[in-house]
Design a protein around this ligand. Sequence first.
Ligand code: FAD
Length: 597
Amino acid sequence: MPVYKAPVNDTLFVLNDVLGLERYGNLQGFADATPDMIEAIIGEAAKVAEEALFPINLSGDREGCTRNDDGTVLVPNGFKQAYDQYVQGGWIGLAVPEEFGGQGLPYTLHAAVGEYMSSANMSLMMYPGLTQGAIAAILVHGTDEQKATYLPNMVGGSWSGTMNLTEPHCGTDLGLLRTKAVPQDDGSYKISGQKIFISAGEHSMTDNIVHLVLARIEGAPEGTKGISLFIVPKFMVGDDGSLGARNGVSCGALEEKMGIHGNSTCVMNYDDATGYLIGAENKGLSAMFVMMNEARLGVGLQGLSIAETAYQNAVAYANERIQGRSLSGAKAPDRKADPIIVHPDIRRSLMTIKAFNEAGRAFVLWTALKSDIAHRSQDEAERQNADDLLGLATPILKGVLTDKGFDHAVMAQQVFGGHGYIEEWGMSQYVRDARIAMIYEGANGIQALDLVGRKLALNGGRAVMAMFKEIGDFCEENRGDEAMVLYTKGLKKGLNDLQASTMWFMQNAMAKPDNAGAGSTDYMHLFGLVTLGYMWAKMAKAAQTALAAGDPREEYLKTKLVTAKFYMERIMPETALRKVRIEAGADTMMELAAEAF
Ligand SMILES: Cc1cc2nc3c(=O)[nH]c(=O)nc-3n(C[C@H](O)[C@H](O)[C@H](O)COP(=O)(O)OP(=O)(O)OC[C@H]3O[C@@H](n4cnc5c(N)ncnc54)[C@H](O)[C@@H]3O)c2cc1C
């Protein structure tokens, strides 16, 4: 049976030693997050993940969701009880302002907790995950009345949320959207159309479902300029907050899909459903972007989460499975063969995943902290810098952590040999579940285009300059530190490749946009390699500082330094390959006619 243990020590190392969370006491909600409090919350989250969510992960995958003839949807056994336990722990509202029933704690803490929950049961966690995205959109764009009507029940978990963008003919290109909204005399709208692939669209775990739906108001302009966002509740809500008649929205079918079987992916039919405009008319995409940005960080986190669980299982298997002898002589001479963890090639896989996961965790928490600073700092310059870096980091985090999350789920499966292909071991589920994270919330190719086409040039390149400066300053500050040379040398080389590639785009992509499209995925990964390398350099510095101070976690900290070295030796050099590919440009790629493929 699969195993999972929340990496509590690692999270605390990043929060306390690397990011120094206690230094941010001036930010709203951070003063309450004392180190003791953080440790208690992280410990409790680990318990919920390991004891309530993880035990029903494999069974949820096998059982899946069922749609009854009346359109109701049943989730797998045990999901409702585990959801209730999650809700009762107040986890949905951890970082939501107290006035709406939340706890107002740092979003950074919410991200740390989110990793464990998704590692333990990604399908189940998507139900409250979508609610959290919808809460974020209503908080930013909702009227006071909408906030009062919907937020307390959503934060409390008795109502859930969804996001409805996709239609059969319209995925990435939302300008093609057809769902229509007809204004009514009372200020509401009648919404009609079909949405597909809607996660958590229908289920029996909450009393009401609050759908956030993109639709075009009659007479609105074609394309993305004519899209508005609507709140469409499954059950109508009375003035006193009570639930009334069923609205005209229903689940027409469940998608049969490759993974995340425990999450209901629904075809949603809107037949003159009553909807309420949220945000300004025709500005629906920017309102939905609040939800999408939150969701992109959540999906990036899913990539890391699955890679972590897959890794833990591969390590356990590599220690147990005996095959062959170590190349340097028997390591378990009393047994008929050595455990496969002695073989360098198995270690190559395990070290690669470990190095990515630990840096990925630091990257997620670093980004979440930027989000906290961007939303809670009183200092305008600090807030702008954090907001720039958050915007830049979002597509990289989503694209790189999910591409690598899937690669590493496969790599971990490979450690099991043929047993990894057999359902009973659980590795197949991780591979299947990890796959979707590369696709939804904007397929990863689109994340790469967002980075190259939008984020690089935004505000005259302010964000990318801020990132280069932050990394460059770190290298400069540690120039005189002999013990850091190993790490800063690799980081500087990667940064040079990244800066040269950025310059190449500036010189070669303006006049010829195909050059940007052709190099965008390599650029996103190049940026990811450097950012994760930066995280490793920061972690190496923190480990060395703690070791020098006589920290009792000696073995743990030395392990960090070895993993940092592995990253710099064997992963960081990939930046050179990415740069060569980017500089090859689009000519050869675009040369063949479509018929030649
Ligand atoms: C299990 C599951 C759950 C989902 N949950 C939700 C949900 O809750 N709500 C919701 O609204 N949607 C949801 N989706 C939909 C998902 O977000 C879309 O599938 C995704 O955005 C891609 O759209 P598409 O499938 O239409 O692909 P397309 O847009 O047709 O894209 C096909 C391919 O072409 C590439 N491509 C498209 N345009 C360009 C371009 N201009 N340049 C370069 N490459 C391009 C894409 O990267 C992709 O690889 C879900 C999907 C699945 C499978």
